[in-house]
Design a protein around this ligand. Sequence first.
Ligand code: SF4
Ligand code: SF4
Length: 385
Amino acid sequence: MEHQEILHRCFRCGYCKFPSNYTDINCPAYLAHRFETFSPGGRMWLLSAWLNNRIGVSQRLGRIMFSCTGCGNCVEHCAMPGFKDQILLAFTAGRDAILESGTVPGPVRDYLTRVQNAGNPYGQSGKKRADWRTGTDAADYSGQEYLFFAGDVGAYDSRGQEIARTAAALLAKAGVDFGVLTDGECSDGNDVAMAGEKALFEELAGKNIKVFIERGVKKIITLSPHSFHAFKNLYPALGGQFQVFHYTQMLAFLLGRLSFKTPVEKTRVTFHDPCFLGRHNADYQSPRTMLAFTPGIELVEMDRNRKNALCCGGGGGNLFTDMISGGDDSPARARCREAAAAGATVLAVACPACAVMLGDAVKTEGLENRLQVREVSELVVERVA
Ligand code: SF4
Ligand code: SF4
């Protein structure tokens, strides 16, 4: 297994499961399950035990390994600079090895099968990928400066589609020249890669790279931070060299082109950093710049923000496989409580998967009357004159 050599170097100090101030649990899998084996250090030792034949492969081992969302908190906070950058790579390699063993939790197997067969985790036809833009002015891609890539959640989930329409409308208002591919593209594959399915990721990436090159795409704006991460950091090794922007990175610089209504009162908004824009790509500012620029918004921070943000629990395919599961300490529910405790009435997100996870959790927590989950361009567009 790749990166196997680092496993024995973890001495289970446990720093990796906390934020910088150690006041709360910040590994979403450990938060939800509270068994040491679900913590990053526990995973390291468990993988080591399996690879050294001290335990066998089992459904339980699979559930533990696939409950990791790939949030990167452990990489950020591990106390050992000598190997911390390889922790997540080792977990991904471990999941790859478990997939090869054939003992895979049912929801993970079903998720990967849907992606394999349909090119997306919803099992929907690829021909419906651009249906989200019905009722918008988003044009077919025909050589515009940018390709707008809605991603799986933006393309197929009803809440994700709303967000895709709003972000596209705001880009258009700001004068961005973009188009949408109506055929040929498939899942960005980021969460398949995080789940360890390297061959499937390479197949998906290969298809997207081929169609992007054939259509002359040079610059891409993504709705999802997951797509952004895959295109920016994973595709170049496979021959996909594109200039990639998350939509908040474009809009943070372009909002000055718009006129805003005069606000009647301020709304207290807190922002939930998406892991694949924040920790994985160190952009904590673009969505905050959008919120700070928009009149009528007062930004308040949760205790855990930026590199200390708590993952919503949806990464690594967990939006579909739910290896973290419900319970009072599901990370999405804990995050909604934290937003309410910060005094916010709006929990802003910049990722359609976060919108789905946190939107469901607000209802489960019974906080709908106190806290709304909104995407940042929704908050901006309704304040544009
Ligand atoms: S902080 Fe690093 S060394 Fe300590 S338990 Fe976590 S992974 Fe192991
Ligand atoms: S990547 Fe996130 S979920 Fe996975 S072990 Fe590290 S802290 Fe936990």
